[in-house]
Design a protein around this ligand. Structure first.
Ligand code: ATP
Ligand code: MG
Ligand code: MG
Ligand code: MG
Length: 484
């Protein structure tokens, strides 16, 4: 089955169950102060759950372009390094707005996966919410009981709040959820290790495909939960993961969602993709074919790369792609923009926006590539020198003055310096960088002209770092911590 057919089968199935099929909302959100990008299918229906708007139909289904690079859901650091997290991905979803609830949602999902798509039942596991005393939330016994009629009890797993209580962001509609996981390992691997022990353990062949959320609460700004006016169903299935399962592949990148892009990168770079997890060249190819989708769709939906807010996040993703391909694919000239035509051909039939805007998208990407490649050329040589000096001096941390100089004088992203340093077993000091930044601010205080920074300002840093978020000023981005 091609990915196009897989998508269509999903929509046809839910149409046959009286769902209204709607188009994906734009990937970039313009009118939501709490969220920059659609990070799940339910984003566009938030107001239906909250009771602010009347649903256009009691049952809806679609595929939604999602981006998980900021805020509560940020997968950026995994992208390229694993085979099943993307920045941009499609989330297939079906919704009930005060209509059916757990029983039907579970029955639909099971029938679609096992009967329509023909996934062997013995490859599936499900999880249910175990409850959480601190929030006064009970175990989801109803979901357990409904699953029991489809799947043997030893395949139903209790899951904690992190995995089985879905929240869109720091506030907003949320609820207990039940996930479906698929085991794509070989029979020998399955015999050696029970699949059930690998669920939600970041195993690349035992992956979560579908999440059924039973939307019952609203997380308020003060973090407390309030009951929603009615009970709803909100489901999200990773389209690229489903394609991996149905096309008998062991990586999303081996499905026809990505292979045309990978072939083009191979052709342009002269490098061969071998699908190895730790291989730098393969990581770079995965990063490139992933990021080009995110950036192209964001631009097609109206978000140009810029120095602030959502535009800055997009610029940063693009630059990440450029630096990976520069370093590991030896691509020293703009080339990412040439991938847009492949995307147009492949995704255009279903997403007309990429078809229509393709030319503009390619032009914007090319001009970004031109300017960032110049910055990179100069910066990389300096970083390498700095690393060699640091190693020669038997030090583990790059001198903060030099890291800051690279950033401030040469426009080289400190984040990139950090990544490169880490690859050599070194680090940069975030505190040291901040001190330099503070000094710099004092120095330039007299300077009344406002400085526009080209990269991030590190406000804080620790292991829980998950990404960037915007604060007051257009040009300031700050790090933030994950709230579990
Ligand atoms: P994971 O645990 O694998 O990170 P998740 O629990 O964060 O996934 P949900 O928020 O439940 O994901 O989203 C619903 C579905 O969307 C998931 O079951 C998965 O199939 C898919 N999905 C989530 N994140 C990504 C991603 N970064 N790339 C591709 N698919 C994703
Ligand atoms: Mg996740
Ligand atoms: Mg999960
Ligand atoms: Mg999930």
């Amino acid at each position: 089955m091609t990915s196009q057919e897989i998508r269509q089968k999903f929509l046809d199935y839910f149409k046959s169950k009286e769902h209204l099929i709607v188009p994906s909302a734009p990937i970039v959100l313009k009118d939501d102060p709490t969220l920059m990008f659609s990070n799940s299918g339910m984003t566009q229906f938030k107001d239906f759950f909250l009771g602010y708007k009347t649903p256009t139909a009691p049952r809806i289904a679609d595929t939604q372009k999602c981006l998980r690079v900021s805020g509560k859901h940020n997968d950026l650091d995994d992208v390229g390094r694993d085979t099943y997290h993307h920045t941009m991905f499609e989330m297939l979803g079906n919704w009930s707005f005060g209509d059916y609830f757990k029983k039907e949602a579970i029955a639909f999902a099971w029938e679609l996966l096992t009967e329509v798509y023909g996934i062997p039942k013995e490859n599936l596991y499900v999880t249910i919410f175990e409850g959480d005393a601190s929030e006064n939330l009970d175990r989801d016994q109803d979901a357990y009981d409904f699953w029991k009629s489809h799947i043997s009890e030893d395949r139903i797993i209790n899951g904690n709040k992190k995995d089985n209580f879905w929240e869109m962001g720091e506030s907003g509609p949320c609820g207990p959820c039940s996930e479906i996981h698929i085991d794509l390992r070989t029979p020998e691997e399955k015999a050696a290790v029970p699949g059930i022990s690998l669920v939600n353990q970041d195993h690349p062949q035992v992956v979560e495909v579908w999440n059924l959320v039973f939307m019952e609460f609203n997380r308020k700004a003060d973090k407390s939960l309030e009951k929603l006016p009615a009970q709803h169903v909100d489901t999200g299935m990773g389209f690229e993961r489903l394609c991996m399962a149905l096309q008998g592949k062991s990586s999303n990148y081996d499905t026809d969602v990505f292979t045309p892009l990978i072939s083009k990168v191979e052709e342009l770079s002269g490098k061969k993709y071998t699908g190895i997890l730790e291989d730098e060249k393969d990581i770079a190819i995965r990063v490139v074919v992933d990021h080009i989708r995110a950036v192209s769709f964001a631009i097609a939906d109206g978000q140009l790369p810029s120095n602030g807010g959502a535009g800055y996040v997009i610029r940063r993703i693009l630059r990440r792609g450029i630096s990976y391909s520069y370093r590991f694919l030896d691509m020293k000239e703009p080339f990412l923009y040439k991938l847009v035509a492949v995307l147009q051909e492949q995704m255009g039939p279903f997403f007309p926006e990429i078809e229509k805007q393709g030319k503009l998208v390619a032009e914007v990407i090319k001009s970004e590539e031109d300017s960032f490649l110049k910055t990179i050329e100069n910066g990389l040589i300096r970083v390498e020198k700095l690393i060699q000096q640091t190693i020669a001096n038997n030090q583990k941390v790059l001198p903060s003055e030099d890291v800051f100089e690279l950033y401030d004088t040469y426009g080289f992203p400190d984040d990139l310096t950090r990544i490169i340093a880490e690859e050599k077993g070194l680090t940069i000091s975030e505190a040291g960088f901040k001190t330099q930044m503070d000094k710099q601010k004092l120095r330039s205080k007299a300077d009344s002209a406002q400085k526009v920074y080209d990269w991030v300002i590190l406000e804080e840093r620790d292991e829980n770092f998950v990404g960037y978020d915007q604060i007051e000023s257009e040009t300031y981005i700050t790090r933030y911590r994950k709230v579990e």
